[in-house]
Design a protein. Structure first.
Length: 276
């Protein structure tokens, strides 16, 4: 014990180069695609929160919300703080999607990023631009592979259009990593962080668990189907969806009414121990 005290007394972290540490948050929500025909159910589209950088580097480029780790906080606490500062809402949980530490990823120096996915279920989560951002907004998301095997990440907010091109580097332990061919005016290496986050989100959505994070405590099966279709960018027959989801939900005695629609039964998430 005394030997350890002696060692620590003489040990100095300043003798070694150390990176700065940041948290970047890929914050998703579902936005409504309102239909002019009340007989049609409004669809859902996946949206991503971006901020426009107000200073260098990458001034006037769009970027993920995030920031530097403060003394005395964990990286998860840093991520939660940054999300709350940008949206005024503190998420219940975050999903880690990996560490991004490629040399030269940040022109300011040796800076590594811990990236997290955050999910918001409400349509009206307000974005806020912080001290280092000149603007903030929710961008509709499209992420598809083209005939050449490249992945196209398209982000749009009104007249603002961003398009990044990436290629898949590897997939191991269920995690896919990408390299950037064209960043599409996204700052730093955020295009490949977003690509990795979307891949992880789609993988998690297949077993339905993460879908509940986008929904209220009680929901219709149509609402739940809209969520999965928006995340996976697919269409499903309602009967097939109901069959696949039956082990994950249970009926309530409540109904939801809407203009032009018959009342729809509300469901809730089934406890894990009850799932077959």
């Amino acid at each position: 014990m005394n030997d350890e005290k002696t060692f620590l007394k003489s040990y100095s972290l300043s003798d070694y180069e150390r990176p700065s540490v940041t948290a970047d948050i890929v914050a998703f929500k579902l936005s409504s695609e309102d239909s002019e025909n009340y007989r049609l159910n409004p669809g859902k589209k996946l949206s991503l929160l971006l901020i426009k950088r107000g200073g260098h580097p990458f001034k006037d480029h769009w970027a993920l919300p995030g920031g530097f780790l403060n003394p005395g906080e964990t990286i998860e606490e840093c991520a939660l703080r940054e999300v709350e500062e940008e949206t005024s809402v503190k998420p219940v949980s975050l999903m880690s999607i990996g560490l991004f530490s490629e040399p030269g990823r940040d022109p300011r120096g040796w800076i590594i990023s811990n990236a997290f996915v955050s999910v918001f279920g409400a349509d009206r989560v307000e974005q806020k631009s912080g001290d280092d951002a000149s603007d903030a907004g929710w961008f509709d998301v499209s992420f598809e592979q083209n005939d050449d095997g490249e992945y196209i990440l398209s982000l749009s907010k009104g007249e603002e259009k961003l398009r990044a091109v990436l290629k898949e580097e590897k997939c191991a332990f269920g995690i896919t990593s990408f390299s950037i061919i064209d960043s599409g005016s996204l700052a730093f290496d955020h295009a490949k962080i977003i690509a990795g986050a979307l891949t992880a989100l789609r993988g998690s959505a297949k077993d339905f668990q993460i879908i509940f994070d986008f929904l209220p405590d009680k929901f219709t099966l149509t609402e739940m189907q809209n969520v999965q279709e928006a995340i996976l960018n697919i269409s499903m027959q309602p009967a097939n969806f109901r069959r696949k989801v039956s082990d994950f939900v249970e009926e309530t005695d409540e109904y939801k009414s809407g203009a032009g629609h018959r009342p729809a039964r509300l469901y809730k998430k089934r406890n894990r121990e009850d799932q077959s």
